[in-house]
Unconditional design. Sequence first.
Length: 62
Amino acid sequence: MTAFSKAHALNVVRRVYGPDRAESLAERLPDRIDLHNAAHAKLLSELGLTADDLFNALGAEL
């Protein structure tokens, strides 16, 4: 399972995509994001992100 906190994800999005993008996602992300959860993957896709995007941006931080 590849999961991480909402705060961690927002920090990564803020660094990679900018603060405006992070703030726009803050209310819609669950507290814990699991990259292998189909519902979470669908939500990320609807928000314009893929699990691969986040996984690559997180790199060795997981």
